[in-house]
Design a binder for this molecule. Structure first.
Ligand code: UDP
Length: 479
């Protein structure tokens, strides 16, 4: 038998943690299959990524970085602003996207010099398809979210069912979509309801799915089979589900330094968790982009205290000096919560925490990575969507999979989300941790965790999809 020829694939992640983390995992997954993987990134992002790629190289993977300058200043951003979480206002976000479009030329240069066999690039870079085509290089889209949400957004875009709704709060059903999924207008992104600077980029991103080789998805067939079938057969797109990708990256240091170095040591975190009973701690975190105001943080503190549950709460540090004061904590909160609640300021080792048996629930903004990490850990969720495609993910969790309950957030709002009151937080936390249905929901979550593990094992659906993709790429390139 001849050894199949080695594929050389470029990976181009969007520079936000929710996209960067799974794309690095993806590159490592491919490298584990003998692919020569190259990640394209920018100077500020390079040091963190190179730590991961160096570890992967030490364990025998062929993986490298190519660094290209990011035109922050040219796009009107502060120098060194190369990560989406460093753009904490709609105006800066606009400039950030503008800067990414200026990467066309440097990318063309890299493709011309290195001539990879294929490029996997984020959906936020729709222009990559054309740049790559000029060199005869196939482009694959990486969305970073699930098929359910990719398809739901496409149905909204194509059929605009929200236009028929009489008010912002009147539920409407997603037409011709499996599962009788209901949404309201207020849960939809602003750029869907009216043309904003983002609408064009978003539409191009969706259209790129059809113009590219196909779509790689960080999910697994059993989690959303009806929607995968719908996407491939009804929407007629090509997709390979190769996840949960996070399960491929299981060295301790990869877990504790996922995304960036955690603000708490592994030892301190585990010692605290080890002192708790199984399923007795609720974990609260809203990802890397959401940015709640002081009033909302106060409500979370009050709601958590009233729930009587033990908790780990990740409080993101404010970007401005005055936001670091933390004068929003209720009087004496931290003293009263001593031993009962662990507050992590900054970056938490999320996968390490979720995987611990003490964790019994996760209050999440439903970012897809957090959602899938929760699924992998068999942890049920309190769904608190904020923005992006998170309201769709909420519906998958609560209406389809039934491994979560909604906190009741109703309004999509970039960065800040809807305002949720302490009573709603208390009620939802109690319900998921100790309510009448808690056990039933938890056991369903555990079943999905088992399916996730099997999907990536030898012979599992994601394992087979990845092999099928590599084979197809080889035969396309050789033909
Ligand atoms: N994450 C983490 N520690 C934190 C916050 C986030 O490890 O304190 C990781 C989390 O595990 C996930 C990613 O950052 O892998 C966030 O992605 P997600 O899609 O959930 O949300 P986003 O940040 O894109 O809104």
């Amino acid at each position: 038998m001849t050894t199949p020829r080695q594929l050389r694939i470029f990976f181009m992640p969007f520079m936000s943690y929710g996209h960067l983390i799974p794309t690095i995992d993806l590159a490592i997954l491919f490298a584990g299959k003998g692919v020569k993987a190259t990640i394209i990134t920018t100077p500020v992002n390079a040091p963190q990524i190179s730590k991961v790629t160096e570890r992967a190289r030490n364990s025998g993977h062929e993986i490298q970085l190519l660094v290209t300058n990011f035109p922050s200043v040219e796009a009107g951003l502060p120098e060194g602003c190369e990560s989406f979480d460093q753009a904490p206002s709609p105006d800066m976000q606009f400039k950030f996207f503008k800067a990414t479009t200026m990467l066309k030329e440097p990318l063309a240069h890299l493709l011309q010099t290195h001539r990879p066999d294929c490029i996997v690039a984020d959906m936020f870079f729709p222009w990559v398809t054309e740049v790559a085509a000029a060199f005869g290089i196939p482009r694959i889209v990486f969305h970073g979210t699930c098929i359910f949400s990719i398809s739901a957004t496409e149905h909204i875009r194509l059929y605009k069912p929200h236009k028929e709704a009489s008010s912002d709060s009147e539920p409407f059903v997603l037409p011709d979509f499996p599962g009788n999924i209901k949404l309201t207008k207020s849960q939809l992104p602003d750029f869907v309801k009216q043309e904003t600077w983002f609408t064009e980029l978003y539409n191009e991103g969706k259209e790129t799915e059809l113009k590219s080789f196909g779509v790689i998805v960080n999910s697994f067939y059993q989690l959303e089979s009806a929607y995968v079938d719908h996407y491939t057969k009804v929407l007629e797109r090509r997709a390979w589900l190769v996840g949960p990708i996070s399960l491929c990256n299981r060295g301790t240091i990869d877990i504790t330094e996922r995304g960036k170095k955690a603000s708490i040591s592994e030892n301190e975190c585990l010692t605290w968790l080890n002192s708790k009973k199984p399923n007795s701690v609720v974990y609260i975190s809203f990802g890397s982009v959401a940015n709640f105001n002081s009033a909302q943080l106060l409500e979370i503190a009050a709601g958590l205290e009233a729930s009587g549950q033990h908790f780990i709460w990740v409080v993101r540090k404010g970007k401005k000096k005055e936001e670091e004061k933390e004068d929003w904590f209720p009087e004496g909160f931290e003293e009263r919560m001593e031993g009962k609640g662990l507050i992590i300021r900054g970056w938490a080792p999320q996968v390490l925490i979720l995987d611990h048996e003490a964790i019994g629930g996760f209050v999440t903004h439903c970012g897809w990575n957090s959602t899938l990490e929760s699924v992998c850990a068999g942890v049920p969720v309190v769904a608190w969507p904020v923005a992006s495609e998170q309201y769709y993910n909420e519906k998958l969790l609560t209406q389809v999979l039934r491994i979560g309950i909604p906190v009741g957030a109703q309004k999509w709002a970039r960065l800040v989300g809807d305002f949720v009151k302490r009573e709603a937080i208390e009620k939802a936390v109690k319900e998921i941790m100790v309510g009448d249905r808690a056990e039933e929901i938890r056991s369903r979550a555990k079943e999905f965790a088992e399916m996730a593990r099997k999907a990536v094992e030898n012979g599992g659906s994601s394992y087979s999809d990845l092999n099928a993709l590599l084979e197809e790429l080889r035969s396309t390139i050789d033909s």
